[in-house]
Design a protein around this ligand. Structure first.
Ligand code: ADP
Ligand code: MG
Length: 257
């Protein structure tokens, strides 16, 4: 099996400061992979390079074997890389279903032709996506009154509307309560399984990471210092050293769990 995403020697410096240094990894089809690391490790910088928001200083990114390095975000999106936003990107004045319909219209590139009757276009497809994320019962509510966790689920439905092969999620559960976090990641894991898509995500909550990720990569000061299963990452001495200072990695269950 060949990787859906291949990253080779990716690097980014800001005014001479190395935010990301020589990072190489792969994401396989159907893989749910976590990129973890302390604040400032370079996770968001990596994500922004993968999505085209930032141009790498050096290195290469390949999607299904095709180079996408330095391409604009819209083009990368068109090639099947989805993302959820750290700040939710929904239209507050529209209903839940309308937001998904807009995304579907955009996916089918019919935006300009059909806006006058957009209210019914792709309505069924939108409802199916809302069903998938457990929000069908909220389809006709205004986005402006949604709870934060529901907005995040809507965002996931929007990201799925253009059928990405790879979904990038930078701190998808930021600002959520612990139970909501677990629920969102469980939902994401189910969708990965059901649709066979790949997901790369960052996450602070180590319980969530260790429970759901198939593989985990650890970034520290711009460098990948470890990669492996939850058990391998827990046992890794370098990882323990990095996290002991912050005290977050093993807070829930101790290093011997
Ligand atoms: P993380 O997402 O792991 O918390 P970031 O990728 O946001 O880390 O940041 C990595 C480093 O790069 C930090 O030292 C941060 O201050 C720096 N950095 C990120 N974005 C910029 C930018 N646009 N300009 C200058 N420095 C930046
Ligand atoms: Mg970040």
């Amino acid at each position: 099996m060949s990787p859906i995403l291949k990253v080779e020697h990716l690097a980014k410096s800001f005014d001479g400061v190395d935010a990301v240094k020589d990072v190489s990894f792969e994401v396989m089809p159907g893989e749910l992979k976590a990129l973890i690391g302390p604040n400032g490790a370079g996770k968001s910088t990596c994500f922004n390079m993968l999505m085209g928001q930032l141009k790498p200083s050096s290195g290469q990114v390949f999607l299904r074997g095709k180079p996408i390095t330095g391409m604009p975000p819209r083009r990368i999106w068109r090639m099947g890389v989805g993302r959820t936003f750290q700040i939710t990107g929904t239209y507050q004045s529209m209903t839940v279903a309308e937001n998904v319909q807009m995304a579907l219209i955009s996916h089918h590139r019919r935006l300009f032709a059909v806006v006058p009757h957009a209210y019914r276009l792709y309505r069924d497809d939108a409802l199916a996506l809302l069903e998938l994320v457990g929000m069908a019962d909220q389809a006709d509510r205004a986005c402006s009154i949604l709870a934060y966790g529901d907005l995040k689920r809507l965002e996931l439905a929007i990201a799925l509307s253009h059928r990405p092969g790879l979904l990038l999620m930078d701190e998808p559960t930021a600002g959520m309560a612990p139970r909501e976090r677990v629920a969102l990641m469980q939902l994401t894991a189910d969708i990965v399984e059901e649709r066979g898509i790949s997901v790369l995500f960052t996450e602070h909550d180590m319980d969530v990471v260790f429970t759901h990720a198939h593989h985990i990569m650890v970034l520290n000061r711009g460098e990948l210092i470890a990669e492996g299963t939850a058990a391998e990452i827990r046992a890794d001495e370098r990882v323990q050293q990095v996290y002991l200072g912050g005290g977050t990695l093993f807070a829930q269950d101790g290093p011997d769990a």
